[in-house]
Design a protein around this ligand. Sequence first.
Ligand code: HMG
Ligand code: MG
Length: 323
Amino acid sequence: MNVELPPGVTAEDELRQRLPAVHAQSDLPDKVTIYEVGARDGLQAEKLSVPTTAKIDFIVDLVGAGLPVVEATSFVSPKWVPQLADAADVLAGLGPDLSRHPVLVPNMRGLERALASNAAALAVFVSATETFARRNLNMSLLQAVDAALEVTEAARSEGLSVRGYVSMCFGDPWEGQVKLRQVSEVSKALIDAGCYQVSLGDTIGVGTAGHVAALLRDHEAIGIDLDQLALHFHDTYGQALANVHAGLQAGVTCFDASAGGIGGCPFAGTATGNLATEDLLWMLTGLGIETGVDLKAVWSAGSKMTALLGRPSPSRVAQALTP
Ligand code: HMG
Ligand code: MG
């Protein structure tokens, strides 16, 4: 059958832009939540100063694509992360309902700023390792956990929801291998303090599928349910999708990703981009897993941002879809 193509679109473009065939697997979840981090984790390490309006447009486009949560920015020290110094202006441009736009907060000063900007949802962040706690937060691991617990308690008493992140869960560039229990105990402290979910970060992308399964089992062994966990992969070693699949097989239903695959951590030199939302969506679509997100709309938003940053998207799906 001959299908008439839109003007300027070649048969080859059309083939590229189709979605994958769907073959569901009965042992995987039916539905997954994608927690979008492009505007925060994606942009925080960018040297080029992205205009506030472009950040707001990026977030609005991602919400329009159907993403249920789009983390907006960080109330961290502007000296440490100059790219996100406009956090208050970004929230002002998104208001008034900020419930689907969590913001990262490192300490009570950050909480004060977030509250003054009408934030409704927070994310606190700690490391599973001593060295990264010092490099990322200028605190010992114990001090960092205490600071996160203090922020969590104060934010919850103001009615805000709080998510926790644990970084370096699968390996640390300074300390090497990280023990499973070292990670799960930090997660437990955050959950006990009232975080509704903890996202396990593979900050430098070294994790592999068996490690994901083992880490999840260790969390369950100390009483943490899988529905209290999310997985946050960086794709440095090309393992992110395999790791998501291992998470799905275990029963995890929330995954962090960044449109356009942008991202990295300014305080962990070997961290590259996050798992691209486009790549995650391609896989989930093929598995028949519902997300409520429009892959092509995410691709369009991610492409606009990577064009502004002046380089092609590292997302393999974005590259394959782009004529
Ligand atoms: P410090 O310099 O040790 O802070 O930084 P301090 O408490 O000594 O204060 C120094 C100055 O900073 C003071 O100002 C404070 O008021 C100010 P001065 O008196 O000199 O004018 N200050 C602040 N200003 C604005 N907002 C604040 C704030 N706090 C202090 N919240 C600090 C300590 C924690 C602030 C700093 O280390 C920091 O901001 N770190 C954040 C680093 C960061 O954002 N890292 C990336 C996010 S984590 C990540 O990407 C991993 C993740 O994606 C998961 C994964 O991949 O693993 C989540
Ligand atoms: Mg990250």
